[in-house]
Design a protein around this ligand. Structure first.
Ligand code: AMP
Length: 345
């Protein structure tokens, strides 16, 4: 009996030890995988204005609604990538309800500073009948006047960053405050900064991988009318890639001695073009973060994603259309883009 028991004990112990070894091996593998996983977790930072806008188009008028370059870009990026983190600043007036628009899209807002007793950036614009040109009616900088971007520790893992439309000095500060340079730095800017802060803009351009601007801004920055010549000049200022947005005429991507031309989807009605450029930039970088690639061919696909999301943005006032898109709607629109330019000879 004793023998049997000890044999059983040996068997049991042997069995247990075998499983214990397996368990330990699995546990070690689990820890390794977790460590590996943690070390490859990446994220996408979107820096830019988070604002109130009041808009007027031939189709109607809005009171203060949520706007700002980072708002459009982050919402667009959130359809491509699930680790989107905003850096920005708002006043006490912005309110939890408006911030929840980002949280609903799982966008990290730890990096949005809320300034008690102060007001959010406010911009108001009125579009002409052609919907391409607009007048800025009001720009109240408020909290943006002395915006000092803070990078939360949880943002330091970022591999992708969009330096959205803000002063080049603030864009540079944000970039310099990152412990490591992200794998891809995309910068969006506007003629306003070319007018008042050209030296600062040229300074940060040396550190940028992709610059996105519109055709008029490309001409202003380069002093060249031809967009091909403008691209040659601008690429010598620092960026490896340049995207020239041409509104209803699509976008051009330059880099690696290649050019890619993407159409804009011809839309029967453009309701409000505000934020289309920011939406494009957010969709562009969101797609690249999703595929974790930065080569020219990936950028071509990213330009199509950006263009597709921008085509939704203009269908309603402000960020409204971007807040409630479905995957199916996006896929169908991407398909429309591909049909638009597909031909055989
Ligand atoms: P877009 O139509 O792409 O030029 O972007 C419009 C958005 O840019 C609006 O939602 C405004 O709140 C924001 N915006 C306008 N002017 C500025 C500025 N000087 N700095 C930062 N954001 C701005």
């Amino acid at each position: 009996m004793d023998n049997v028991n000890s044999k059983e004990l040996i068997n049991w112990t042997g069995f247990d030890l075998l499983h214990m070894h397996r368990f330990l091996a699995m546990f070690a593998a689990h820890i390794c995988l977790n460590t590996l996983f943690l070390s490859i977790i990446m994220s996408l930072i979107i820096l830019g204005s988070v604002a109130f806008d009041a808009l007027e188009t031939p189709f109607g008028k809005t009171d203060k609604i949520v706007g700002g370059a980072a708002s459009y870009a982050a919402l667009a990026a959130s359809y491509c990538y699930d680790q989107v983190k905003i850096i920005g600043v708002v006043g006490e007036d912005f309110g939890e309800n408006n911030l929840s628009k980002f949280s609903k899209h799982h966008i990290d807002i730890t990096g949005i500073q809320i300034k008690q007793g102060e007001k959010s950036f406010f911009w108001s614009g009125k579009y002409h009948n052609d919907m391409n040109s607009r007048d800025t009616l009001i720009t109240e900088l408020n909290v943006l006047a002395d915006f000092d971007p803070i990078i939360p520790p949880s943002y330091q893992d970022a591999n992708y960053i969009l330096l959205g439309n803000l002063s080049p000095q603030v864009q540079l500060k944000a970039l310099e405050r990152l412990d490591k340079r992200p794998q891809l730095v995309v910068l969006d800017t506007m003629n306003f900064w070319m007018d008042i802060a050209l030296d600062d803009l040229k300074n940060i351009l040396k550190q940028v991988d992709v610059l996105t601007i519109n055709d008029e801004e490309a001409r202003q920055l380069s002093g060249q009318y031809s967009l091909v010549k403008a691209a040659e000049v601008i690429l010598r200022l620092g960026p490896s890639y340049l995207i020239i947005k041409k509104g209803e005429h699509g976008a051009l991507l330059f880099g690696e001695n290649r050019i890619f031309s993407a159409p804009a989807l011809p839309l029967a009605e453009v309701f409000d073009p505000t934020g289309a450029g920011d939406t494009f930039a957010g969709g562009f970088i969101g797609y690249l973060a999703h595929v974790n690639a930065t080569d020219f061919d990936s950028m071509k696909a990213a330009v199509i994603y950006g263009s597709a999301l921008a085509s939704f943005c203009v269908e309603k006032f402000g960020t409204e259309r971007l807040e409630n898109l479905t995957k199916q709607e996006i896929n169908e629109r991407i398909e429309s883009f591909s049909q638009l330019t597909a031909f055989t000879i």
